[in-house]
Design a protein around this ligand. Structure first.
Ligand code: FAD
Length: 500
């Protein structure tokens, strides 16, 4: 048996670094594994990343974190989905929900029945058959039911969080479990002459830190994986050209909505993320089509409330490092890749990388096959998200700016082309067992942005039109009533504050 890894060093104390440290110190709590985290106050963190998807709940649960404590510590609100405004066409909107549309009947997905129904009732809106969509827009939130027979079990939820506070919360979780935090700037990295493995990190203070294994959570700098180990960056800027974001927090505005807003503008889009105590705002755009001052002015004019800070300008390139695990180093977080935050996927990708690393945890001598497996799985995760994000720009009828004309007509990856053609022809959505964005998400974006298939599944004709109409009307009423039976988001947040 090869000896186990004795010492891991995590470089970086942003969301990625502290999530990684928390998972390692919890899962290996009763082993001799030593975990050190190095972060630099002088460099700081990226300071954005507030919208999450439901998977974060499972991460916190696995670590034994109490949800109410986590929400209070991070000023969190609940999130039932994302409201996409002006994407299919200016003036249109749809809410991509964390949940199902209707219910599959005899193995046929609900949207096929809806497609037939709308032939007779063209004004019918698919999103009226999604409880989380209807509830979110009514400002309602309650925990889903655990009874799978209940309509109230047909959705999930996530959070809007203050990511800086999440990192501090996790630090407070980690340190009592033995994680050794070192503050300081790494100025030199030494590698083994024959294997190329990383051996020693040297801080500005002169302190030298050795370890068997390193996790690069150094953000866009990609200090170990990119700079030192030269893992090649595969740019996807030709498909996702937005490359600049301006972020700014503003004062709390009314009751926080239980959803994120993603408002398309003429060369990108704007986010609004309501926290308990403030709103996170930002404008993501492509600077080939818009200059910074115009992007700032668009954001300034559409802020919901008074600014609490100056603009934070962040530049990025969409893409990923081809080898996220190279030699004795794994990159987690922005150091390994970034796709624009349109569907709040970065924290999810951090979580997936941590969990896969733990599943494939190496021994001291490492293993080429584990590395290969990890890299393949991460590539698949990234590519699926990439295609889903491109879909938002491809499935548009907007022709009101050079940016939208470019995005609407750009050559898509073959994997996405096939998916889109199949859906347009048949209404069929290819599904995978694991990974992000299952059938309801694809349907939400297709139909929400005006892609209506030419055909529906032939099995639908087994049912009479009257049967389908009755079923639709039944669902519609039940969803409306269920949404109205839920607590308001405000009540749910208040309950949270009285639960401790
Ligand atoms: P960072 O936060 O940049 O942390 C890097 C760490 O490395 C810091 O502690 C820094 O001090 C340290 N470091 C770097 N160099 C050195 C050195 N030489 N010596 C010592 N320490 C060093 N994700 C979501 O899931 N939802 C969102 O809504 C979302 N919105 C986003 C919006 C924008 C505009 C951007 C750019 C990203 C967004 N993300 C979002 C992504 C999210 O912000 C990141 O995935 C997350 O914050 C993790 O960042 P990180 O920890 O990898 O890097």
């Amino acid at each position: 048996m090869q000896p186990p890894i004795e010492h891991i060093v995590i470089v970086g104390g942003g969301t990625a670094g502290w999530m990684t440290a928390a998972a390692l110190c919890h899962i290996f709590e009763h082993t001799s594994l030593k975990v050190t985290l190095i972060e630099s106050d002088q460099i700081g963190t990226v300071g954005v990343g507030e919208a999450t998807i439901p998977h974060l709940r499972y991460f916190n649960q696995r670590l034994g974190i109490n949800e109410a404590e986590f929400m209070q510590a991070t000023n969190a609100t609940y999130k039932l989905g994302i409201d996409f405004i002006n994407w299919g066409q200016k003036g249109e909107s749809y809410l991509h929900p964390f949940g199902e549309f209707g219910k599959s009947i005899d193995g046929v997905q609900f949207h096929h029945y809806w497609l037939k129904y709308r032939e007779s009732y063209p004004a019918s809106v698919l999103f009226d058959y999604s409880l989380p969509s209807v509830a979110a827009l009514k400002g309602r939130f309650d925990y889903p039911s655990r009874d799978p027979r209940s309509l109230l079990s047909s959705y999930s939820y996530a959070f809007h969080i203050d990511a800086t506070r999440y990192a501090s919360f996790l630090r407070a979780y980690c340190e009592p479990k033995g994680v050794n935090r070192i503050e300081g700037k790494i100025v030199d990295i030494q590698r083994d002459g024959s294997s190329g493995d990383i051996q020693v990190l040297t801080l500005e203070s002169g302190q030298r830190i050795c370890a068997d294994f390193f996790i690069d959570c150094s953000g866009f700098r990609s200090l170990l994986l990119g700079n030192t180990l030269q893992s090649r960056f595969d740019s996807w800027a030709h498909w996702l050209p937005c490359n600049h974001a301006i972020a700014i927090p503003t004062e709390k505005f009314g009751t926080p909505k239980p959803y994120t807003k993603a408002i398309a503008h003429s060369a990108g889009w704007q986010w609004q993320i309501p926290l308990q105590n403030r709103v996170g705002n930002g404008h993501v755009f492509c600077d080939d089509f818009m200059d910074t001052s115009e992007a700032e002015s668009i954001l300034e004019q559409s802020l919901p409330s008074a600014p609490l800070a100056n603009f934070n300008n962040i530049r990025f390139t969409a893409g990923r490092r081809e080898q996220t695990w190279k030699n004795n180093c794994v990159g987690i977080g922005l150091s390994s890749g970034f796709l624009e935050p349109l569907e709040s996927t970065s924290i999810y990708l951090i979580q997936v990388a941590i969990m896969k690393l733990i599943e494939l945890f190496p021994r001291k001598a490492g293993s080429a096959s584990l590395r290969e497996e990890f890299n393949q799985q991460m590539r698949l995760e990234y590519e699926r998200i990439r295609d889903f994000l491109i879909l938002h720009y491809s499935a548009t009828r907007r022709d009101d700016s050079d940016f939208w004309n470019h995005m609407r007509t750009l050559d898509r990856p073959d994997s996405l082309k096939l998916r889109m053609e199949t859906f347009q022809e048949t209404g069929y959505v290819d599904h995978y067992e694991q990974g992000l964005f299952l059938v309801p998400s694809w349907i939400a974006v297709y139909i929400g942005q005006g892609i209506i298939p030419k055909n529906y599944a032939p099995e639908v004709d087994e049912k009479e039109n009257t049967q389908i109409s009755q079923m639709m009307s039944h669902f519609h009423t039940n969803i409306k009533n269920a949404a109205e039976s839920l607590n308001t988001h405000k009540q749910s947040l208040e309950r949270l504050n009285t639960s401790n």
